[in-house]
Design a protein around this ligand. Sequence first.
Ligand SMILES: Nc1ncnc2c1ncn2[C@@H]1O[C@H](COP(=O)(O)OP(=O)(O)O)[C@@H](O)[C@H]1O
Ligand SMILES: [Mg+2]
Length: 295
Amino acid sequence: MQQGLFESHIESLPLIHRGKVRDLYAMGQDHLLIVTTDRLSAFDVVMPRAIPGKGLVLSELTAFWMQRFESRIPNHFAGADLDLARYLRPDELAQCAGRGVAVRKLRALPVEAVARGYLIGSGWKDYQATGAVCGVALPTGLPLAGKLPEPIFTPAFKAPKGEHDANISFAEVERLVGPQVAAQVRDITLSLYREASDYAATRGIIIADTKFEFGLDEHGRLHLIDEVLTPDSSRFWPAAGYRPGISPPSFDKQYVRDYLETLDWNKTAPGPQLPDDVVEKTSEKYREAQRLLIG
Ligand SMILES: Nc1ncnc2c1ncn2[C@@H]1O[C@H](COP(=O)(O)OP(=O)(O)O)[C@@H](O)[C@H]1O
Ligand SMILES: [Mg+2]
């Protein structure tokens, strides 16, 4: 089996951050090189083995959606004039094939902009406990994985490294970024979610929920950044297998999560080694999501 790219090694540019999945390098003052690796995190812990091809899938899906939304919201792509070949050695350029992009360095908002159309995950837990999700009141009696009457905006605070993101209310978003930007983030999040859901429905996929990130440029203009509508940032369900009341299988890390649940592992770093078949099946799941959505 192929190894996949666990970590990029680029010496020609200063490394400024290794996220759970992406390595960020400075390209001068105003730009970043983002390399989407094949790292996989589960329960917020990075697994020690890469999932071959995962970073390529995330990169291609993100580029697809960012271009599709371009007339609605600007994105962080720097464009073709920032030629990576001028900055990198050939071996470094090779690491970037299909996964390295030059982007504008923007002021990232400390908010994960989540849109939900279905009751699952932390939303379901919140609903069971409070009858609401992130303070958004919902009708009683909705089942697990049930479709919501309307998609809802359920933001989270982007936690510093090593901490879990925490759901917050809209009022807290207003305090963090100001009421104007908060309203803009909410409206565009819901509108992009609707548009993507309509598109995905034509491909037999339900987008149960998704997370966007936004950044501001020097003029305070809102831009779409990071990753967009990938299996890491979204729950994709095959529409054919969907039934309210059961947790649908999805195109994400379910194989890994299911495997991890069989272990006596306390969900803190370091993560356990994943067996070959789990790595292979997960890699195939990512490629399948790409094929079904944009293939
Ligand atoms: N254009 C951009 N300008 C500034 N920061 C960005 C931009 N695009 C993405 N980021 C940030 O880069 C990081 C991407 O790395 P990732 O591995 O996804 O990190 P995390 O572990 O925080 O999810 C995120 O913190 C994201 O907010
Ligand atoms: Mg991320």
